[in-house]
Unconditional design. Structure first.
Length: 258
């Protein structure tokens, strides 16, 4: 078979563009492709909802690739093992209640599982703004990540979503956009982000699930962004709370979408 370079280019452009057009109106749009965002997307898509996920970097998975300080192992507590089992991620018990995974297998399997469940993932795209109508977020404003990095003046595109999940990690980018654009109107004690506290795995793993909830009309939070918004501590290289937070965000939205 003789290969045609132009046909190769056409295949990429046509299929990617079709994916983008098909994703302009969705049930749930997720900002951030870390473990919480991937898990939330998996459970939502598994229930038949139309889900799109945007990751600003080339690779999705957040900080899980590097495990702890570039030792590519991840620790999970017992409560999160059912999620790992559902994805088919292999675990080794280290001590009672502690399970270790290979970080590369963990991230790649979460990614594969989410996509196979039906999540449409777009990497190298940043969320630079939100659409708000009648005091509710109704969509996201998107641009290439390279546009922001190069500081180019290029106008963005928009997508419409019934609900949005802020899974942007420590930065809590969607929450910051909301407060920057319309003021301190988040569903926190002050209306503003309360800020992430110092590392404390025991408390952080619990509060990240407790803080997984609606932060503004139409917007939910999952993952480390939850503690950044509601003032919980970071938890370091233990990732069970991330999966449980993503699962909880999906469950809350499944209830509302149904």
């Amino acid at each position: 078979m003789q290969l045609d370079d132009v046909i190769i280019s056409k295949a990429i452009v046509e299929k990617w563009s079709q994916d983008l057009v098909d994703s302009l109106e969705v049930d749930v749009a997720i900002a951030g492709g870390g473990p919480a965002g991937l898990t939330a997307g998996y459970y939502l898509a598994k229930e038949g909802f139309k889900v799109v996920l945007y990751e600003r970097k080339l690779a999705i998975g957040g900080g899980m690739w590097g495990g702890g300080m570039m030792y590519n192992k991840c620790v999970f507590q017992e409560e999160s093992k059912p999620v790992l089992d559902e994805f088919g991620i292999r675990t080794q018990q280290y001590k009672e209640g502690y399970f270790v995974t290979d970080s590369l297998e963990t991230v790649s399997t979460l990614c594969s599982g989410a996509i196979k469940a039906g999540v449409k993932v777009f990497n190298l795209i940043s969320v630079e703004d939100v659409m708000i109508r009648q005091e509710q977020v109704t969509g996201l404003v998107l641009n290439w990540s390279a546009v922001d990095i190069a500081n180019l003046h290029v106008d963005p595109l928009t997508i419409r979503a019934k609900y949005v999940i802020d899974a942007t990690g420590h930065a809590a980018e969607i929450a910051k956009i909301i407060t920057r654009k319309i003021g301190k109107k988040l569903l926190t004690e002050t209306g503003d982000l309360l800020g992430e506290k110092p590392m404390w795995a025991e408390v952080g793993e619990r509060t990240i699930v407790e803080n997984t909830k609606e932060i503004y009309s139409g917007v939910y939070v999952a993952g480390m962004a939850a503690n950044a918004i509601f003032g919980g501590p970071r938890m370091g290289p233990i990732f069970g709370g991330m999966l449980l937070s993503g699962q909880k965000a999906a469950e809350l939205l499944i209830e509302r979408l149904k």
